[in-house]
Design a protein around this ligand. Structure first.
Ligand code: AMP
Length: 191
């Protein structure tokens, strides 16, 4: 099973590059951001709770996102592998993911970590906000908070996966095809 974490700050290109990876390697795409946005669209209780955090650029509580991932893994037992996009975002989420996957004897194979300069992230997110309709992409202070939350709570995961020899840094600056090619070379080496 090919289980990959697509990692990086908001605006690093995770969603865009996930499209390419799922098509190339027939993986199931699990984006906690997309799952949460579909809960909001469905006006579920979980969605309403999550929206308050998302609107401010804060993280949704660990138990909520871990529960969503757990049920997706249970419902896709025959998958060739998963691409985790926007998850894990805290060390506790990473530990929970390791427990879920190791319990199935299908551990994380690698963390693909997209590296992009801060100003480029802000430019990309503001550009996306013009077309995506995502309110958290339209407000510069929310964008800056998301990047700060990433630096405080999510970036420590780099050391977590480095300690398992599973961290692969990838230059996330350049054109979409250039970055896709770098990812492909890395994944082919992992396989
Ligand atoms: P994304 O689509 O990955 O940029 O996520 C949008 C927002 O959803 C984030 O700013 C968080 O508020 C929330 N979110 C997505 N994934 C997670 C996660 N793994 N843990 C906590 N909050 C999350």
């Amino acid at each position: 099973m090919l289980n990959l974490i697509l990692f990086g700050p908001p605006g690093a290109g995770k969603g865009t590059q996930a499209e390419f990876l799922i098509n190339s390697y027939q993986l199931i795409h699990l984006s906690t951001g997309d799952l949460l946005r579909s809960e909001i669209a469905g006006q579920t209780r979980l969605g309403l709770e999550a929206k308050a955090f998302m609107d401010k650029g804060e993280l949704v509580p660990d138990a909520v996102v871990i529960g969503m991932i757990k049920s997706k893994l249970e419902n896709n037992k025959t998958a060739k592998g998963f691409i985790f996009d926007g998850f894990p975002r805290t060390v506790d989420q990473a530990k929970a993911l390791d427990e879920l996957l190791n319990g199935n004897e299908t551990p994380v194979c690698g963390m693909l970590s997209l590296e992009v300069e801060r100003q480029e992230l802000i430019n990309r997110l503001l550009g996306r906000g013009l077309v995506s309709g995502r309110s958290d992409d339209q407000d510069q202070s929310v964008i800056e908070n998301r990047i700060n939350v990433y630096n405080d709570k999510t970036a420590p995961l780099i050391a977590y996966y480095q300690a398992q020899n599973k961290h692969f840094g990838i230059n996330g600056m350049g054109t979409i095809p250039e970055i896709a090619e770098r990812l492909k070379q890395t994944v082919d080496n992992i396989m």
